[in-house]
Design a protein around this ligand. Sequence first.
Ligand code: ZN
Ligand code: ZN
Length: 423
Amino acid sequence: MLAATSPRRDTRLPLFVNGRTYEWPRQPTVIVCFDGCDPAYLTAASAAGAIPAIDRMRREGFATTALAAMPTFTNPNNVSIVCGVPPAVHGVSGNFYIDRETGREIMMVDATPMRAPTVLAVFSHAGASVAAITAKDKLRKALGHDLKGIAFSAEKADTCTEAENGIANVTDLVGRNAPDQYSADLSLFVLDAGIRLIESRRPDLMYLSLSDYVQHKHAPEAPEAIAFMAAVDTRLEKLVAAGAVVGIVADHGMNDMARADGRPNVLYLGDRLDTAFGPRATRVVCPITDPFVRHHGAMGGFVRVHLMRPDLVPEEVAAFIRIQPGVALALPREEACARFDLPEDREGDIAVIAAKGVALGARSVDHDLSQLAGEKLRSHGGLAEQTVPFILSHPLRLDRDMVEGGALRNYDIFVFALNNVEA
Ligand code: ZN
Ligand code: ZN
């Protein structure tokens, strides 16, 4: 590991990753992916006086909003952020895709290689000390891809090894056991581990990816959401106090997808297509989840439709989908990929995006919503969850134009934190 005081640091040439230039960190640089942090959570928590550290960053550093990559799911956006480029370049456009040749589901983050290196991996091979900590272990495998350094998840914190994770005894380091996979503490553990690493090892570059467990359950004004925001805020304060440049983005926002009576507001597109074109003529894929895992986050504002009969014409089926209530956009593959920077070989024949407040499902029999257990469905995936916070602890020195041109993306955060802050 490179010593934090290496005199060579400032003379190092910038690194090129996926066509973009990144300067060497002059001080520890920490990027936090605040999973599911819709800007509304900051607004509500700020009004409640619960996030003084983030408020200070917004006053004294830099704050705006940026657009997430589409679809607004966790994996495509986390991978976009660490690669600095959209899914068309790195290939991860959902949790899984249907192989167009065989019809089989292929997991995108653990069964297929990413097509682009991460900024983290490139810096680690150039000699920087790098750490990536994620909430869930599945994501750690993607974000830690080829990373020569520390990469572990809160979920599997109690089984970390030097060989697999670049670090052992994480629970001793943090001072508590690995948290439950479905808990607010999963995110807080990630942040606490990051604080301990900054204090003890001072990595040059660190990526902390949280979980949206709280935001799926609670609206921004809910006391549980405010308490969670406050808990995250005190930890961000500690990272800044330890001398880090901190950049905060989200992978996506979060919206209510419930009717007035509290029931989920779902358009079962599979049922509509079966009625119109016949059973098994089409296949609706919800890439927010694993193919066979059906928890309440399994529905969101984006699905892919595959045409299973050769006589079906994508533009005609898209025209039918477009007139269904609750559909915002239905685009044939080429158009969807051009518009949203998606990889064509992993797209369906038609990409469908829901209107705000609507979840898209396959056939109603494919989904088990009993696990909502009376909770309102809150989710993401569409354009309504594309706007996310983009915050830096330090003021900017460059690239105002890029910001004011409205072209800012969440996956620009590493460029901004490394190249453009007045540290
Ligand atoms: Zn997420
Ligand atoms: Zn989610």
